[in-house]
Design a protein around this ligand. Structure first.
Ligand code: ADP
Ligand code: UDP
Length: 236
């Protein structure tokens, strides 16, 4: 597989074409951003840990029957993935209240959410990724009703798999964001699963091990990600 030209450079990853139109290379950079790109920093080893973390999780999800774009690791900072026709929605599941849910509804941070919530956000930086609902998605043509139903089903299935996996490493999976696309007509998990796009707390101390360390200026950001990886049994 030959890496060809840069297709797109996002806030944290760059996407390259390959000699096969069905595949592309994702390059995980050290750029770390928050607050719609208003806070940006380069964090040493962040691209590497997110690439390795994502590969580990995607492999586990594939093994459990989730269709994912992940093919293989190419290097410390690159992975080969299937090129999806991306659905411009972020699917968020929450097991414990945090972040925008706390700000929006005034519930206490850490409150257990039973059953877990499912939310959709439109991927649109200019609008600040507004929360939308299934009716909006169908009306504006972002996804069909069947695709939304499948994304929701897969997002909850991912929760069952990952909640337990993190718990086995004494971590709480507080919430996370998934992005899907379509490959050969099938709704397929794309983008990444890493501590950049989820919240992970130590089960006992509730210490944050995710991007909230960056958002809140707590320091030890990459160290937190690496600790989470080690607790999952990754050899990093
Ligand atoms: P953003 O675009 O939000 O700044 P990134 O820096 O992570 O985010 O850029 C990666 C881009 O690649 C995202 O827009 C994401 O939707 C897209 N993407 C991720 N996986 C795939 C895939 N398998 N096929 C096509 N596009 C993808
Ligand atoms: N998230 C993300 N990308 C986004 C928005 C949210 O990865 O553009 C993740 C975020 O890291 C968290 C979950 O989705 O794990 C829920 O985020 P929330 O709605 O609480 O927003 P935030 O507090 O990050 O503004």
């Amino acid at each position: 597989m030959e890496k060809r030209e840069l297709l797109y450079s996002g806030k944290a990853k760059s996407v390259y074409t390959t000699d096969d139109p069905d595949y592309m290379v994702l390059e995980f950079r050290n750029d770390t951003s928050a607050f719609d790109g208003k806070k940006v920093e380069q964090l040493d080893r962040k691209g590497r840990i997110n690439n390795l973390f994502n590969a580990f999780i995607m492999q586990k999800l594939s093994d459990a029957g989730i269709p994912t774009h992940f093919e293989k690791l190419l290097s410390d900072n690159e992975a080969l993935v299937k090129k999806l026709d991306m659905i411009p929605l972020e699917c968020v599941v929450r097991n414990l209240a945090a972040g925008s849910l706390v700000r929006r509804l005034g519930v206490e941070e850490g409150k257990e959410l039973n059953p877990p919530t499912f939310e959709l956000f439109l991927k649109n930086d200019a609008l600040g990724d507004p929360m939308v609902n299934e009716s909006h998605a169908a009306t504006f043509g972002w996804a069909s009703e069947a695709q939304i139903a499948r994304m929701k089903e897969l997002t909850f299935k991912v929760n069952e798999i990952l909640k337990q996996m993190f718990l086995d490493g004494d971590m709480l999976l507080v919430d996370y964001k998934l992005e899907f696309g379509v490959f050969n007509g099938e709704v397929t998990l794309g983008d990444e699963f890493s501590p950049d796009g989820c919240r992970l707390w130590d089960k006992n101390t509730r210490e944050k091990m995710d991007k909230d360390r960056f958002r809140q200026g707590l320091g030890g950001v990459v160290e937190g990600y690496e600790e989470a990886a080690r607790r999952l049994g990754m050899d990093i």
